[in-house]
Design a protein around this ligand. Structure first.
Ligand SMILES: [Zn+2]
Length: 169
């Protein structure tokens, strides 16, 4: 089932999510809905707080579902290692219409559980390392805007406020 994606300014997006404890049918349904919603958007990643669910779950697929092996479901993910730095343009389904250059680690190692509760360690570089950092930030209540320097962030936030006032957000 497609779920509406919440946008910048809505409270669930700006607070830390909770650790997943129960691997049950409800979690399975949530994950299926997140995958469907990510592909439909379309986006390359989605975190549960973006559909208003305060749990530490995110899904990532850099190839839009073309190859099932590229789909990553990460539950309770945590960084084991981060190194290097990359600067690329980045956007977010919760901040539609805006992109900015965001500093991110160029390599990352993440430990996470899959939907069966099995722990996996995943190494990534480039775009995937960036996606890991972006999605795990969501689980901490942080958006890419929060990683920007003051001026750029203020500019985007002012434009969003304008859209909000106009009822276009
Ligand atoms: Zn995002």
């Amino acid at each position: 089932m497609l779920r509406p994606i919440v946008r910048f300014g809505q409270p669930g997006l700006h607070q830390p999510a909770e650790t997943v404890i129960r691997f049950d049918a409800e979690l399975d349904r949530l994950i299926d809905d997140m995958i469907e919603t990510m592909y439909a958007a379309p986006g390359i990643g989605l975190a549960a707080p973006q559909i208003g669910v305060p749990l530490r779950v995110c899904v990532i697929d850099l190839n839009g579902g073309k190859n099932p092996a590229d789909l990553l479901v990460m539950i309770n993910p945590e960084f084991l290692q981060r190194e290097g730095m990359q600067l690329e343009d980045e956007g977010c389904l919760s901040v539609p219409g805006f992109t900015a250059t965001v500093p991110r680690p160029s390599k990352a190692v993440v430990r996470a559980m899959d939907r069966t509760g099995q722990t996996r360690v995943i190494e990534a570089s480039g775009l995937l390392a960036r996606a890991f950092q972006h999605e795990i930030d969501h689980l901490e209540g942080r958006l890419f805007l929060d990683r920007l320097r003051g001026l750029k962030r203020d500019l985007i936030q002012r434009r969003i406020k304008k859209l909000q006032r106009a009822g276009k957000w």
